[in-house]
Write a protein that binds this ligand. Structure first.
Ligand code: F6R
Length: 242
């Protein structure tokens, strides 16, 4: 595993964007696995800036997102589709038809999940998967205790995650209780993984994930078993690794 410790959130974001842009330059039609949440916002801003400067093109890139809230339409401001449009897709030259986010309004979640697994396979698998990490060690919406063998599935969010995500909603009650999420198996099948973490509130989870045992209680700990993981974080998040 490679670890890059950056001084600041901005430096962390630039480093993560560097790794993504290297992937896109090396393989212009690559499949990027993308994440939402607060952590990657700066990374996406940096990619947009390089695109606007003419240093980078996403014209052939295909993307698959990790997860989506169940019950939110793509136009809902807290949906992950909306997040991706406003933070990245609307500002770069990626083709809309090449961007894939699970449908939060799917009538039959099981059918939607199975179709998403097939889609990932049909795309040839994920070249580079970007991840954030929850304070309880979750990756995508794979919560503590979830099976490592799962592919895309319907998830009940834990109280911890509902609490953490309430900051994006008008009230805690508005946070959806369910989501559709890639499983650990989809993530582990990605050829490369880039995980970004910032802030003291992530320090303990980072320590547990990378210095503790591989356990379902800390979903991100499974990444210790992946052959190509890069961890990029700021000092506050990484200080317990020293
Ligand atoms: C988002 C996702 C989540 C977040 C995690 C960290 O697509 O899958 O696992 O990466 O909850 O979120 P932030 O970055 O907001 O701390």
């Amino acid at each position: 595993m490679r670890i890059y410790q950056a001084e600041t959130y901005q430096a962390m974001s630039r480093r993560a964007a560097n790794i993504i842009s290297a992937q896109v330059i090396y393989k212009p039609d690559c499949v990027l696995g993308l994440a939402t949440g607060g952590t990657p916002v700066g990374t996406y801003q940096q990619l947009v800036e390089w695109f606007q400067k003419g240093d980078l093109s996403f014209a052939e890139v295909r993307s698959v997102n990790l997860d989506e809230y169940l019950g939110l339409s793509p136009h809902h401001e807290q949906s992950y589709r909306y997040f991706m449009q406003t933070n990245l897709f609307d500002h770069i030259d990626i083709k809309p038809e090449n961007t894939h986010v699970l449908n939060g309004l799917a009538k039959d979640p099981a059918v939607e999940c199975a179709a998403y697994n097939k889609l990932i396979r049909d795309l040839g698998g994920i070249d580079l998967q970007l991840l954030g990490m929850g304070r309880n060690g979750h990756i995508a919406f794979n919560e503590p205790g979830d099976d490592f063998g799962l592919e895309t599935h319907l998830v009940s969010l834990t109280e911890n995650t509902i609490e953490a995500n309430a900051r994006f909603f008008a009230s805690r009650d508005e946070v959806p209780r369910h989501a559709l999420s890639m499983g650990i198996k989809n993530i582990m099948n990605a050829r490369r993984i880039l995980i970004v973490v910032n802030g003291e509130e992530k320090a303990e989870a980072v320590y547990q994930a990378f210095c503790g045992p591989v356990t379902k209680q800390v979903p991100a700990s499974v990444l210790q078993l992946h052959p190509d993981v890069t961890l990029v974080g700021d000092k506050a998040a990484l200080h317990k690794l020293a």
